[in-house]
Design a protein around this ligand. Structure first.
Ligand code: AMP
Length: 179
């Protein structure tokens, strides 16, 4: 049997479903569930997100609550690395560090366990989507506070017109599909 070609970012882009006005008017929600439901696209997206790294080159893959967990956990298994969750404040059971960030109206906060990473750990930070960059910048600040070395911050999707990369200038940033 001929093996299927590896999916490209364009294949992934075609599967992303745009949902207008969800969860509120004016937001174009990028629905990644069709990517996850397609075995070839899901594993292809993990291959693309991890392609710069060999197993052993990364100590931990950090995923951001909640859709970031899906990609980060699969990437961690592929890279033979641990998986570390950055969660919304109030969800982690042990002692945490917290970082606030600004939303359009008000603030939100993300948290990580105080003992999640050893100083100097080599980490990859993954989320499903980069919008304004507030969430990823807050997560990166937590990793920095723990003394981790951020090798790369990667996203399946980037909404380039929102300029979120500006908030992540200190790190290499990669996204597979840019709108
Ligand atoms: P931001 O902090 O503005 O970069 O927002 C990023 C977070 O919000 C990510 O964890 C995304 O899952 C989610 N998000 C923001 N905008 C969208 C969108 N248009 N479609 C899907 N998820 C979004």
């Amino acid at each position: 049997m001929m093996s299927q070609p590896h999916p490209t970012p364009a294949d992934i882009e075609r599967a992303i479903r745009n949902i207008p006005d969800f969860p509120k008017p004016g937001i174009q929600f990028k629905d990644i569930t069709p990517v996850l439901a397609d075995a070839r696209l899901f594993s292809g997206s993990i291959d693309l997100l991890t392609e710069r790294f060999q197993p052993g080159a990364v100590d931990a893959v950090v995923g951001i609550d909640a859709r970031g967990f899906i990609f980060a956990a699969a990437a961690a298994v592929k890279l033979q690395a641990g998986f570390i969750p950055v969660r919304k404040k109030g969800k982690l059971p042990y002692r945490t560090l917290e970082q606030e960030y600004d939303l359009e109206y008000g603030t939100a906060a993300v948290a990580i366990h105080v003992d999640a990473l050893k100083p100097g750990s080599r980490v990859l930070l993954i989320d499903d989507l980069l919008a304004t960059g507030g969430t990823a910048a807050a997560a990166a600040a937590l990793l920095k506070q723990l003394g981790a070395q951020i090798l790369e911050i990667s996203f399946l999707i980037e909404l380039g017109f929102l300029g979120g990369r500006q908030k992540l200038k200190d790190y290499p940033v990669r996204s597979l599909v840019v709108y």
